[in-house]
Design a protein around this ligand. Sequence first.
Ligand SMILES: CC(C)(COP(=O)(O)OP(=O)(O)OC[C@H]1O[C@@H](n2cnc3c(N)ncnc32)[C@H](O)[C@@H]1OP(=O)(O)O)[C@@H](O)C(=O)NCCC(=O)NCCS
Length: 156
Amino acid sequence: MKDLVRRPMNEADLAEVLQIERSANRFPWSKQNFADCLSGNYQSWVYQLPDSMAGYLIVQNILDEAHLLNICVQPQQQGKGIGRFMLEQMINDAQQRQAKLIVLEVRRSNHRAQQLYLQQGFNEMSIRRGYYPAEQGREDAVLMGLDLSLMMDFAE
Ligand SMILES: CC(C)(COP(=O)(O)OP(=O)(O)OC[C@H]1O[C@@H](n2cnc3c(N)ncnc32)[C@H](O)[C@@H]1OP(=O)(O)O)[C@@H](O)C(=O)NCCC(=O)NCCS
């Protein structure tokens, strides 16, 4: 990840972020969704390669909980370890902030992302029925969590 630089997302990034979001997701976030995340209690990060944006990650911090709202890698850059690198950095940030829990929702059909989360120690907590729009009706979300207090206990 030598050439990968993380920096805060800003308004000027939104066009490129939306392009990636639309190319990587069947039901992409809107421009307004991202704009909302640039204000308030969110951390919005862009991951930049020398000549292009590789991806982005958005976290909402609520007290001692961090909610991973969006993680996305530009399709041509997927499968190279970038997503794992971004997630590891996010987990590290949450630990630094003394968060106790990281939570996220993921589509039941998104095995690729679930694999990544499981590898990083997340567990399935519950199912949110019909949480996402889908081509036919709605799709369930798997609510996954990473208990950082357990990780801290192990580290001690
Ligand atoms: C999910 C996502 C962020 C992963 O990023 P990535 O850079 O492609 O992932 P990495 O290269 O770091 O791979 C990490 C792990 O993900 C899983 N993974 C990656 N590509 C995979 C594939 N083609 N099939 C199955 N699992 C895969 C593997 O577990 C992999 O670990 P391994 O290489 O040790 O097997 C990326 O695929 C993406 O942006 N997808 C579209 C948006 C999305 O679904 N976001 C998650 C919403 S909850």
